[in-house]
Design a protein around this ligand. Structure first.
Ligand SMILES: [Zn+2]
Length: 283
């Protein structure tokens, strides 16, 4: 696992020279670059944050360093039994009614906190403005603003997913009450166990002051912790919600087994790389 940081400043000539000595090419003025954690990164941070003399200001204006991204190696992916699924399909617009997120939420979900959106349970089928037409090789899609549901071409679902024991839910066309003939929602069951998230790198938010739910961060900060207890599944949704404390965004993470991952890769629904999946810690 490689952690990369983004370093930004209004760089001066002397900073360009200092960084060039470390093998980093930047331009004078506002510029940012990505750097892996390690000795060079440590040297830069030390240089710009320590030993500030009274007469010499080493730190350029607006200097900042923030954690940017984690990348996993192929070996780390290969060794993992379960993955967090990041690529849930290309979004096909917004769920209906598309200009009214509150109304859509009210019609589709129950039990959610009005402030932080946690704990929602789906109570009704999703609606889509008009019968969706997928392109020739496209078998699935997602909706903008819905980060924990997947929708599939109905024939693909019948042929590939149903035989695996997976279930589907109809998608309705606008306010007609008529189910789509082309697509269905995949029912992603809730995980039978919670994840060992408390005190992990994902445990950085405070609880909601209304409902007391703690959302875990959506940032990818490292391996996702494992489940407390093992259970068999192809695909499931975490019991926990992810999002940041002060936002209304709340999603469950979708977890897939290696077996299901192979099926998604085989049908070109995802690519096997760390932009689209990331590993769960093995127990
Ligand atoms: Zn809440």
């Amino acid at each position: 696992m490689i952690k990369k940081h983004s370093i930004f400043a209004n760089w001066r000539k002397k900073d360009v020279d200092f960084l060039a000595n470390l093998g980093i090419t930047i331009e004078e003025g506002y510029f940012s670059f990505l750097i892996e954690e390690g000795s060079v990164y440590n040297e830069i941070i030390k240089h710009y944050t320590e030993n500030k003399g009274f007469f010499v200001n080493r730190t350029p204006k607006e200097f900042s360093s923030k954690f940017a991204v984690v990348e996993f190696s192929m070996e780390e992916l290969d060794n993992s039994k379960y993955f967090v699924l990041q690529n849930i399909g290309k979004p096909k617009g917004y769920p209906f009614p598309k200009n009214n997120f509150d109304k859509m939420t009210e019609e589709t979900y129950t039990n959610y906190c009005k402030k932080c959106e946690s704990n929602r349970q789906q109570k009704a089928p999703f609606k889509i403005e008009k019968e969706p037409k997928l392109s020739k090789n496209q078998v699935n899609f997602s909706f903008h603003t819905i980060f924990d549901e997947m929708f599939f071409n109905i024939d693909f679902f019948q042929e590939v997913l149903k035989p695996l024991g997976l279930k589907s839910k109809e998608v309705l066309i606008g306010n007609t009450g008529v189910p789509s003939k082309n697509v269905v929602q995949l029912i992603i069951p809730e995980a039978e166990s919670s994840l060992l998230l408390d005190n992990s790198v994902y445990d950085i938010n405070t609880s909601c002051e209304i409902c007391d739910t703690k959302k875990y961060t959506q940032q990818i900060l490292g391996f996702m912790p494992s489940f407390k207890t093992d259970f068999d599944f192809l695909i499931c949704k975490t019991k926990e919600f992810f999002g940041e404390t002060e936002t209304r965004q709340a999603m469950r993470r979708i977890i897939i087994s290696k077996e299901f991952c192979d099926i998604l890769v085989k049908h070109k629904i995802i690519h096997y790389n760390t932009n689209e999946i990331y590993p769960i810690t093995n127990k």
